[in-house]
Design a binder for this molecule. Structure first.
Ligand code: ATP
Ligand code: MG
Length: 772
């Protein structure tokens, strides 16, 4: 047996060793699904499968790189380089470039990012003179996006009166026309948006049988990670490509399906067995990532979902500390608590910043966390905010680069034709746009032919336009032979972009120059990296494609040590020793917009499951009593999800009524502004150990059966009326006498003198007490 196969358990090894056929691995978080894919690829290669024949689709490009690195360690670097590995978007963008002419696109087509797409839609809404309060461009964009992901083309849209009716019902009867115009403008600009990368791939494979055959033969072995979150468009691509050889291995976890709102279809995983012949189903049960407390707590949450495949997840890892729950007054305090706790854990357990992640439901929550981390001088990185490549100055440079590669790219042209200012005003642009529409040409083409058209543009402006076009053309010629760095360097100098920022002289201007320098450094690195590859040469076109599809996650080179901040959606597949899940409040998490139906609520619960299962050593849950939302301070209620976690895995830090953070002046030697003696009311107790040992065979058999989900258990607490003098029993602290009750409603607390725990203040909302 190959030595590396010993790094798998028996259940993981089985799908790795099955060379051919269709197989699905369904398993809970942290059980080694991604590891199975990695080792399976290495094993296929050791059996002599050519890496050019293996296609592996991952959730981020970073995940693909990590897998490649691991595989390279096993089979050697030069072979691993030839693997087709990446996100759906990046892999199929490559294929589309190669086949672009078949679909009428130039092979140097631009990839419009969300900003570009939305800006086109905004322009259309304006040109059509529609009410922008009814036709909100972001809504229109997401509607069009969902049509594309369901493979509803413009033609299909107009053939289906129900769609039109539905849009009319939502007061947007002209959505179809916007869709049509949007598609036309993108096509004319030689641009594809993100959804086109999948839609056009489907079109390519459907319309050209010889192309389909070519790629079927090339990708003899296909592997897909996170299969539960594939949308219809992705599903069809995988299905078409794997149809001939049916050597397909997908892994996923229905309990981690969190992208339904973007069209992910959980049925793809549920129906897999019907889609292929002789499907082998594998299950993994041992979690290697997390402590017993975390695994058990996560199990206790997901159990509440009715729609799910029954699964076993257990771990042989340590029991670990309990999950800490804390309530704070405001998001500011929440931030300070989290930052203080990170500081403390880092010191006490000799951890690095990179061992911590703060996860939230919405991007807006990052601000309070950032403020607190900055005060404590803890370095952090936000994923998923405005990405580096979307910053103004970076987009300006990139627009020049895009335009010189694809002069039809209207979004790029509009952005920089008069930046830095060269006297080409809005009136001129309007005239050019109108002429473009009239002649069916792009603005660039109109300018090229301006002397033959009667556009009522005066001589001096025509000269300016001429100069602009000639400058771009000179860059294009340069790019034919020079590498991406040389071109970008020349562009930033010759266009006057950097000089413009230098003139500015403000700190922001200087920061912008630094960002442009960082961009140039990045391009230099990229070029060096590409030159090592057999089939790449570090050209500007290659770089632009890389940028267009870079997710924030991909930029993380891991070379500097920072706390990670991101939404839970982005955290899928990742792991961190310490995880803080913040903002666990009703209306925020679960999101107020997702509580209308059971299925929406269940998706939120899966999101919570994903969040918790990122943690290796310890998890923290926090919520606040009041939070600014829509500019107003509103009372917040603890999330139902806190209550849903089995109490035995939790450690509640219940702040006293008069609890206040001390002013910074009172910081201790660690600079910690949290008074820990007041904070930590209940020390973690060595109570009954949680039952996270390997279940017996008969227990496992019982659990594995696909049984209907159990009804939600009754809440143990609270029907009871407590008063001082009552004798109660608590699972962990045993018998106790109630000393006092205070607070009202959500905040009602009992002070209880327990036999095994001393005096505790418990929030009645959480404490599960039995009256004796
Ligand atoms: P998720 O559902 O979150 O994507 P996953 O099922 O893909 O999780 P992996 O990320 O592959 O799980 O594995 C979780 C962690 O456990 C990783 O750090 C991995 O290296 C480790 N691991 C998995 N299997 C083993 C094993 N047999 N021996 C040691 N470590 C393992
Ligand atoms: Mg994984």
């Amino acid at each position: 047996m190959e030595a590396y196969l010993a790094e798998l358990n028996d259940a993981q090894r089985a799908p790795v060793l099955q060379k051919d056929g269709a197989m699905i691995v369904i398993a809970g978080a942290g059980s080694g699904k991604t590891r199975v894919l990695t080792y399976r690829i290495a094993y296929l290669m050791s059996l002599g499968v050519d890496p050019f024949n293996i296609l592996s689709l991952t959730f981020t490009n970073k995940a693909a790189r990590e897998m490649k690195t691991r595989i390279a360690k096993i089979v050697g670097n030069s072979e691993a380089k030839n693997l087709w590995m990446g996100t759906f978007h990046s892999i199929f963008a490559k294929i589309l470039r190669f086949e672009a002419d078949k679909l009428g696109y130039p092979s140097n087509f631009t990839i419009y990012d969300t900003q570009d797409s939305q800006s086109v839609i905004r322009a259309i809404i304006k040109d059509m003179r529609l009410d922008k309060d009814v036709y909100k461009y972001k809504q229109v964009y997401s509607r069009i996006s969902s049509y594309k992901n369901s493979l509803i083309t413009v033609k299909a849209y107009f053939q289906n009166p129900e769609l039109k009716e539905a849009d009319a019902m939502s007061k947007k009867p002209r959505l179809g026309e916007i869709y049509q115009e949007y598609v036309e403008r993108c096509f004319k600009a030689g641009a594809m948006d993100f959804d086109d990368l999948l839609l056009k791939t489907n079109e390519l494979l459907n319309r050209f049988p010889e192309v389909l055959q070519k790629y079927q033969n090339r990708f003899r072995y296909i592997l897909v990670d996170e299969y539960q979150d594939t949308n219809h468009s992705q599903y069809l691509i995988v299905k078409a490509l794997s149809d001939k050889f049916q050597n397909i291995c997908v892994v996923g976890d229905d309990a981690q399906s969190i992208y339904a709102f973007r069209g992910a279809n959980i049925n793809n995983i549920l129906n897999f067995q019907k889609d292929y012949e002789n499907v082998q189903m594998y299950r993994l049960e041992q979690n290697y990532r997390s402590t017993k407390n975390i695994v058990n707590a996560a199990n206790s949450i997901i159990e509440k979902n009715k729609t799910k495949l029954e699964k076993v997840v257990w771990t042989a890892n340590d029991e670990g500390p309990k999950i800490v729950v804390n309530r704070l007054l405001t998001d500011g305090e929440e931030g300070r608590f989290v930052a203080g706790s990170i500081f403390e854990n880092r010191m006490q357990n000799q951890m690095s910043n990179g061992d911590f992640a703060i996860l939230y439901r919405t991007n807006a929550q990052s601000r309070a966390m950032e403020d607190a981390l900055r005060k404590k001088e803890i370095p952090y990185r936000i994923y998923g905010g405005l990405s580096f490549y979307q910053r103004k100055e970076i987009k300006d440079v990139l627009s020049y680069l895009r335009l010189l590669i694809n002069p039809k790219d209207e979004e790029a042209l509009k952005r920089i034709i008069n930046y830095p200012a060269r006297g080409i005003g809005q009136t001129t642009m309007d005239k050019l746009s109108i002429a473009g529409n009239q002649y069916g040409k792009t603005i660039f083409e109109i300018i090229e032919n301006i002397d033959h058209l009667d556009l009522k543009i005066n001589k001096s402006t025509r000269t300016k336009l001429d100069n602009f076009v000639n400058m771009i053309k000179s860059f294009t010629i340069l790019a034919e032979n020079a590498d991406a760095f040389t071109v970008a360097d020349t562009v930033t100098k010759k266009t006057g972009l950097v000089q413009e920022l230098k003139k500015d002289g403000t700190p922001e201007g200087i920061a912008r120059i630094e960002n442009i320098e960082e961009l140039l450094n990045g391009i230099k690195d990229f070029v060096e990296g590409q030159k090592e590859l057999a089939d790449a040469d570090g050209s500007l076109a290659e770089f632009l494609e890389d940028v267009a599809l870079a997710t924030d996650m991909d930029k993380d080179t891991g070379d500097d040590d920072r706390v990670a901040l991101m939404t839970i959606h982005l955290a899928k597949g990742l792991e961190f020793p310490y995880v803080y899940i913040v903002g666990l409040e009703e209306d925020l998490f679960p999101s107020g917009m997702s509580m209308n139906t059971r299925s929406e609520l269940e998706e939120e619960r899966r999101l919570f499951y994903v969040a918790l299962t990122r943690a290796e050593k310890q998890a923290y849950l926090t919520y606040t009593q009041s939070r600014y939302r829509w500019g107003k301070l509103v009372d917040a209620e603890p999330s139902r999800f806190i209550e849903e976690v089995d109490e035995q895995y939790m450690d509640y830090l219940i702040p006293q009524d008069d609890y206040k953070y001390k002013p910074l002046i009172d910081t201790d030697i660690f600079g910690d502004d949290i008074d820990k003696s007041k904070l930590r009311q209940s020390k973690p107790k060595k109570g009954t150990p949680p039952p996270a040992h390997k279940p017996s065979e008969s227990q496992l058999r019982k659990l594995r059966k696909l049984k209907p989900a159990s009804p939600e258990p009754e809440k143990a607490t609270n029907g009871i009326k407590l008063e001082a003098g009552n004798v109660v029993e608590h699972m962990r602290f045993g018998k106790g006498k109630v000393l006092a009750i205070d607070g009202v409603g959500q905040d009602k607390k009992a002070e209880i003198d327990f036999e095994n725990g001393g005096i505790k203040k418990l929030l009645l909302r959480f404490a599960k007490l039995k009256m004796l």
